[in-house]
Write a protein that binds this ligand. Structure first.
Ligand code: CTP
Length: 406
């Protein structure tokens, strides 16, 4: 591919210790066929030097507006970009971007760019939670920028908390998805809060055993990632998954159906949409043995008595924690898929039900899916066999349509 055919990405790097992780974001972007121009701030260069960015990107690197002035880089770089991603984005660059300052090459680029813009913030928890930063982030999101939620974990020094830069591979995934939607693919979930449940609950019998299911969580994670790329603030309630946290989503980990209900209802209080992609156990053991259940010679095993779990989807649908909230369910069926799907949609009372056919070899753990999205209004949207992301985007199309109509 000729350089001119490649999608053009501007990688803005601001001055935080996580700047070294941006080298990996850069490497992933260039290796997957993007033409990347790195625009560090002056303080970013104190963490990672100019030769590193130039060598990895194959382009000269400037931070100010006074180099190569005849080429008008302060305007051209932004105008020509297909995507601008700022990683790490410090509290300072978020503030300067939100207020439209233009005191270096990166802020000039942000003002002249008409393409999608992604910020991947990294800072200490106190700075992230400060009302100034909260308002700046809200301003940037309102204008259509994708500001991914920082990850929770070890920060510089001894403290831990929210503020870590998400993993470079995950930031790259956000970029890839935002680019795939293109400039025309508006951030139609910007300013929205969505909740997605994913994975499968485990209902413990004793300290080492549980009743569980084969859900991998991949469909829920695809829903979370695509919602981030469409500009939403995302809460992902993950039940027993072993997948990397999607960049930009607030991940709440749960084990049982009861814990999942609590986490989903809490997050749903101010959510515009809730998508229940998790496989929630309908029953749990009536009793939990504090010690490991032992086999006894010559004795038959004790039967396992089960009790009903709360139905989170039905509860959400009937209570609607926030007026106008769109509630989406998933149904895995083995036969009479459409008939059973319609009946379940009515029974649960949700707005949309994604019905897919499952079997031992189908769907679980796979990266592909095939489904029909049924609407309570009678709509029926088939989604051909394809990546779980494509199904996720169809679900968000339907959700965005209903939110915008409401
Ligand atoms: N669900 C839920 N709470 C439960 C069980 C299921 O919120 N206790 C949600 C799932 O997340 C999914 C939808 O309900 O979105 C469909 O789940 P399913 O188990 O297929 O529905 P059931 O009503 O249990 O139907 P079936 O009789 O086929 O098991």
């Amino acid at each position: 591919m000729d350089r001119s055919d490649k999608p053009r990405v501007v990688l803005g790097v601001s001055g935080g210790i996580a700047a070294y992780k941006a080298c990996e974001v850069l490497r992933r972007l260039t290796e997957s066929g993007h033409d990347v121009r790195v625009v560090p701030t002056a303080s970013a260069l104190r963490f990672v030097g100019e030769p590193t960015w130039a060598a990895l990107s194959g382009h000269p690197v400037a931070t100010g507006v006074w180099e190569d002035v005849q080429e008008v880089p302060h305007v051209r770089i932004g105008q020509e970009a297909d995507l601008v991603v700022v990683a790490p984005a410090t509290a300072d660059i978020l503030a300067r971007a939100a207020h439209g300052l233009a005191d270096d090459l990166l802020t000039n680029t942000l003002l002249t760019a008409r393409c999608p813009v992604v910020f991947a913030p990294a800072m200490h928890t106190e700075m992230w939670e400060h009302p100034a930063t909260v308002e700046n982030v809200a301003t940037l999101r309102r204008r259509g920028a994708v500001v991914v939620e920082p990850a929770v974990g070890r920060l510089t020094g001894k403290d831990t908390g929210k503020g870590r830069l998400p993993e470079p591979g995950e930031i790259f995934e956000v970029c890839r998805r935002v680019l795939a939607r293109g400039t025309g693919g508006e951030r139609d979930l910007a300013g929205r809060h969505v909740v997605v449940s994913a994975g499968g609950t485990r209902e413990p019998l004793d300290p080492v055993r549980f009743l569980g299911n084969r859900s991998s969580g991949r469909q829920g994670y695809a829903l979370a990632r695509t919602a981030v790329a469409r500009g939403a603030r995302v809460t992902l309630v993950a039940a027993n998954t072993a997948l990397p946290d999607p960049a930009g989503a607030d991940v709440v980990r749960v084990g049982t159906a009861v814990q999942l209900r609590e986490a989903v209802l809490k997050a749903a209080a101010d959510a515009d949409a809730v998508v229940m992609a998790a496989a929630v156990a309908d029953f749990r053991p009536a009793r939990y043995a504090q010690g490991k259940i032992k086999k006894r010679d010559g004795q038959e095993p004790e039967p396992v008595e089960l009790v009903r779990n709360p139905d989170v989807l039905a509860e959400l649908s009937s209570t609607r924690p926030r007026p106008g909230q769109v509630v989406v369910g998933f149904a895995a069926e083995t036969d009479d898929v459409l008939v059973n799907g319609r009946a379940k949609l009515a029974r649960k009372g949700c707005d949309l039900l994604v019905v897919n056919e499952v079997g031992e070899e189908k769907t679980f753990g796979s990266t592909e899916n095939e489904a029909v999205v049924l609407g309570a209004d009678g709509s029926e949207t088939p989604v051909p066999h394809g990546p779980k992301e494509a199904l996720a985007d169809t679900v968000w199309d339907e959700v965005a349509h209903r939110l915008n109509a409401g």
